[in-house]
Design a protein around this ligand. Sequence first.
Ligand code: AMP
Ligand code: MG
Length: 371
Amino acid sequence: MLQKLDKNTKEWYNNKTKYLPGAVCSMVTKYIKWENNKGFCPEELEAAKELILTGGLVAFPTETVYGLGGNALSEEAAKKIYAAKGRPSDNPLIAHIADIEALNLLVDEVPEKGKRLINVFWPGPLTMIFKKKASVPYGTTGGLDTVAVRMPDHPAAAAFLRAVSVPVAAPSANTSGRPSPTLARHVKEDLGGKIDMIIDGGQVGIGIESTIVDLTEDIPVILRPGYITKEMLEKEVGEVRIDKGLIAENVKPKAPGMKYRHYAPKGELTIFEGEQEAVIRHINHLAEEYSEEKVGILATEETKDRYKKGHVICVGSREKGTISKELYRALREFDTWGATFIFAESFSGEPHGEAIMNRLAKAAGQRIVYL
Ligand code: AMP
Ligand code: MG
């Protein structure tokens, strides 16, 4: 049942203009540090808490990417998040919690399969979609009757969320359309002067966004691939489907965010898929052919010395499994360098290759060449 409250009705929300005005870039963004062995300075944590409870925005590290946090129970905070990111307001936010009691503030009932997944995967990189409680504002859910919830597995996020004690709505802390931030300096690049505070917790561990699974139907549906795979979910709850919108071109994805072009560097990115030697040969050939352009090459520890021309950026190591962690940093570096064309190796065969390629293919506007 929809509430009759004027501002909290779906109709009211849907009638609003879809794009909110951009944030004014004039505030002083406070920068604080969380360190592994020291944690927070208590006064600074208190300041972060005050900011959230008075409607401000605080960016914080999680194990996936940095999030831009605001009070998930406040329509006003949600509006500020959309404005700071330049994000369309029909693209819902994920509410972050530190303990299971906080779930009661967002959801009336958790289905059995949801309980099972919570037990196994929380805290961790799994976002679950449930029917929302009436009191959760449509600002947070992008006008939907469902809410996305996650309990992050990062000590800084946990301490921050526990201190504020309200669920915190937090999309990735980047300007909409840019690669997600995996370092505090990425947040500063995009949102410095537009938000109240950045908590610097160093480089994140996983580096790509959480898996999203919808639990509002009997059979859970994956809306966004991530570090937690279909097989891992199926082991716990039986059959799991993948949203058709992720596979078929003419089907609308159920996660509204998946329809937007995402994670894009400014240069034109093309991915080359095939046997490693053929990929290296082909990219070398193209770099030669495009020598008048600013050519960037996305390579790995193992292959970076094999390229003769172009600006090679290393996206971690296949052997050490660090590709996901370094992906967005590498894409941002092409922008800083000013690449006009980027040629990338493919990572589909790597562990978590499906999630990595979901992001990289989007950044490439699905431009993949099979050799
Ligand atoms: P981000 O926080 O940037 O990783 O984006 C969060 C994504 O979660 C959005 O882009 C949506 O696609 C998805 N999402 C959040 N809430 C819902 C929901 N209630 N139903 C479906 N997808 C959702
Ligand atoms: Mg995002």
